[in-house]
Design a protein around this ligand. Structure first.
Ligand SMILES: [Zn+2]
Length: 566
């Protein structure tokens, strides 16, 4: 396979009709039945794979368009059509996968494609049955409802109207009053919409639990893990990792918050102070969107490893949408168009240091996707998420020496804060994960009880948190802004697992940048050809599930920040 780069405007895929797709699958089935050699099977897999690349190009394009303008009726209809069709496409694919994994030629095919494909297909087979098709459509609708609701927020502040991304810059303002007042506006919106937010999640939890039961699981946790395609670790591993965070990181964060209060000249860090680290205010990039693109071009050119050429391609082909606009969905993400061999990144710049972070993060994903475009199977274009996030968070750390370009003399402050925030993130990340385990293990809990669960998580993992007089938060409502909880259940521990690996890249890059870069690029090229632990190991990274691996990097970070054990 080889691809020619085309501009985004030329990335078009015709809307698939179910009957056409089903006819193609019928031909694959017939060819599979007739296949009397491993070679013949390989051909079927190859043809099917090409179709999968086209379908995901279409699905990703529809999803992207909707996120780019959630108020566009045409995009919305396309998304609705896609949401209805997707479970039916999954049904076709799962039926074929069921045949693939039980072939007498499995050994030969595993030798060609690797064991991972078969492990992934087995997970997919266990996560789907036609009897949950209607439930999946309903699930997508609830997810769209949540995205719509948040994107429709019109937040009045100082005589202007903002969306969440636009308002966020005030949460890190130097003026404490501004931080408090803008947070009050944000959380008042959540208080005003509490009923809707609770109802959507309540329906999701019940629906997901129903699906799990229909598929023979006790609750949604097991199904959630299968949907995340976790093939080489389980709930017990994750629980041990959360325990390591409680032990090795939570006490350090108490110390970090104390130092933060001191630097800010306040006696305790309140919720509205959490995102700002000294009285000068967080470093800001020294220019706007176009200026950032220029600096990024220079940065990636200097870093080598193919990053420079790649970034120019992203820019020239308009494969980035980074400016904040009305009706644009929040957040940042990377998606891809596999039949064109091209990725796309989406973000909402708001003039804060977060712009640089989101940018290097999403470019990390995009670079990996581009590096892996020649992988033999669509299933290998991205690895599972905990591995994906190594590419993104790893690049955030590998770009450290380049930060003068964006922040000038504030670069060192930026690096310090980036590291502090990474450490502070670990307990939050596992809190979000632990919370979801509680929620899905107790699916009949009321919304009020769920808010109680979140408060319990805050007490365990974020013991210094103080929400003061802000609306909605003291009742345990902060999790409702965490879109993954609604949109991608159990996708959150992945960030903390990946961060434990990315911090190892940080340590290595400080000892030897070119060694770290080579290992990073090699990891990106492997895409998803292996499960998490193997990918990590092949890049010389200790798995976060290995006793002491978290403690090791946290110790290095503590040393860098000059914090001695109290
Ligand atoms: Zn990411």
């Amino acid at each position: 396979m080889s691809y020619n780069a085309v501009p985004f405007e030329q990335i078009r895929v015709e809307r698939p009709e179910y009957s056409d797709v089903a006819a193609k699958f019928a031909r694959f089935d017939a060819a599979w039945d007739a296949a009397s050699s491993a070679e013949a099977c390989r051909q079927v897999i190859h043809d099917w794979d090409e179709l999968e690349r086209q379908l995901s190009t279409w699905i990703n394009l529809v999803g992207l368009r909707f996120n780019q303008d959630t108020s566009n009726v045409e995009y919305k209809q396309a998304r609705e059509y896609c949401d209805e069709l997707k479970p039916r496409l999954t049904d076709l694919a799962v039926r074929l996968k069921r045949r693939l994994i039980s072939t007498p030629f499995r050994k030969e095919l595993e030798a060609t494609f690797g064991l991972q494909a078969f492990a992934l297909w087995e997970a997919d087979v266990l996560a789907f049955d036609p009897k949950i098709e209607a439930d999946l459509v309903k699930e997508s609708k609830l997810e769209a409802e949540f995205t719509d609701l948040l994107a429709s927020a019109k937040l009045q502040y100082q005589g202007h109207t903002y969306n969440f991304a636009g308002l966020a810059k005030f949460h890190v303002d130097c003026d404490r009053q501004v931080r408090h007042a803008s947070n009050a506006v944000k959380w008042q919106w959540f208080a005003d919409n509490a009923e809707q937010l609770d109802r959507i999640y309540d329906e999701q939890v019940r629906l997901r639990t129903d699906m799990a039961k229909k598929l023979g699981y006790d609750d949604f946790v097991g199904l959630g893990y299968k949907r995340m395609k976790r093939v080489d670790y389980d709930q017990a591993d994750v629980e041990r990792f959360r325990a390591a965070v409680r032990e090795d990181v939570v006490p350090l964060t108490v110390e970090l918050r104390r130092m933060q209060a001191e630097a800010l000249g306040i006696d305790r860090v309140m919720f509205w102070d959490e995102g700002i680290f000294d009285s000068q205010g967080n470093p800001k990039p020294n220019g706007d969107h176009d200026w950032m693109i220029e600096r990024a071009t220079e940065m990636f050119d200097e870093m080598g490893g193919g990053l420079g050429e790649f970034f120019r391609l992203m820019d020239e082909c308009n494969l980035m949408d980074l400016k904040n606009r009305d009706s644009k969905a929040g957040g940042g993400f990377c998606t891809d168009f596999p039949s064109f061999g091209l990725p796309f990144i989406f973000a909402n710049f708001n003039g804060t240091k977060g712009d640089v972070e989101v940018f290097t993060h999403e470019i990390g994903h995009a670079f990996q996707s581009y590096c892996s475009r020649e992988q033999p199977l669509a299933d290998y274009l991205f690895p599972t998420y905990e591995s994906c996030e190594i590419h993104s968070m790893g690049l955030e750390f590998l770009t450290w020496p380049q930060m003068e370009k964006f922040f000038g003399e504030d670069a060192e402050r930026f690096r310090q804060i980036h590291l502090i925030q990474s450490l502070l993130f670990l307990p939050y990340g596992v809190a979000v994960d632990h919370f979801q385990h509680l929620v899905y293990a107790n699916p009949t809990a009321t919304p009020l009880q769920r808010h109680e669960m979140w408060r319990e998580m805050e007490a365990t993992y974020l013991p210094t948190r103080d929400c003061g007089d802000l609306p909605h938060l003291p009742q345990g409502g902060q999790w409702q802004f965490q879109r993954h909880i609604y949109l991608s259940p159990f996708y959150y521990i992945d960030y903390t697992l990946a961060l434990t690996c990315a911090l190892q890249f940080w340590v290595r890059s400080r000892a030897n940048m070119s060694e770290a870069m080579n290992a990073y690029v090699a990891l990106c090229k492997r895409g998803g050809a292996a499960p998490f632990r193997q990918l990590a190991e092949s890049a010389g990274l200790a798995s976060p599930f290995t006793e002491g691996s978290l403690r090791g990097v946290v110790g290095q970070a503590r040393e860098f920040l000059g914090i001695t054990l109290g």
